[in-house]
Design a protein around this ligand. Sequence first.
Ligand code: SAM
Length: 323
Amino acid sequence: MEELFSSPDISDFPLSLHLAMIQDDVRMKAFSQALRQSITPQSIVIDIGTGTGILAFLAARYGARKVIGLDRGGLIREARRIKALNFADAPVTFHTKDVICDELPRAKADVLVCELLGNFGIDENVVEVLIRARTEMLKHGGVMIPRDLRLMMAPVQCTKAYRGAVSWQKKQWDIDFSPLQERAYNTVYQTSGEEVQLLAAPVVLAAIDFTTIEGPITVSRVSITFRRAGKLHGLSGWFRSTLGDDIVLDSGPDTVQTHWGQVFFPIGEPLSVKRGGRLEVEFKERLAGDEIRWSWSGEITPAEGAQAVLFNYRAIREFPGYL
Ligand SMILES: C[S@@+](CC[C@H](N)C(=O)[O-])C[C@H]1O[C@@H](n2cnc3c(N)ncnc32)[C@H](O)[C@@H]1O
């Protein structure tokens, strides 16, 4: 259930999303294990985008010497109250800071933790945020959680999601709504694992090492070969992120589902494809203020020797005060 209206000045993330994140066991266990693995009694931990303070509190519980939680949203006041209620004597402080625009604390962290992973990994601006945080607030040799991020993609059959959200071809109340179809193709959707069947092995669309990356990834290209026959409805996208030694957070369709689900990129009219057919995809991302623009285009060869079909779509997501 999502809020229709939020209380003013609370957070740019809806409260229901904060609850879903805290109740997402896969996410919580992965971050909790990674924190436990890296924290020593000497550690200074900085939690970027602390929200409710949950990761800062876990860092305190695992014995960090000092924990600093930063967030640009309005939950800092409540985070302080939660701290007073549960961790009164713990060395945890919270500060209102936008990690992109504001002057940052002078403190240097042994451990930087940041959960700004979007449905397709990069869509909450984690790359820009972590580059600045690493440059200004991480000690030499310090630990980053997460360490890396891989954007995964696979062509999928997704009948239920396609019919439920994308297809405007069928008449409704005997009225032809097909002029809306093009708009529906230029849209990104959210699916959850059970709705999609992979038609090829997933490929890594982009791989980001947070410990070294210097600038955002804007264009990625991949070639995919269909491993099985089926109806191609679009592309499924998700992420894999290494949070620590042997700790990988995977939001893919073939594993335990998380609150992220997957993103679904339509590719136009569904196409019957055969094993051995091919797909070339180019994915572009552009961030402009509080707007994120994605485009996905390419060429589908449904079967070996068949004529190629081109696709080219784009979608804009606006986050007022969110990115
Ligand atoms: C996905 S939530 C994670 C909250 C919490 N760390 C958790 O794990 O449950 C991301 C948080 O980052 C904050 N945020 C987003 N962009 C930010 C920025 N540029 N500077 C500081 N905080 C930011 C949001 O307000 C939000 O509270």
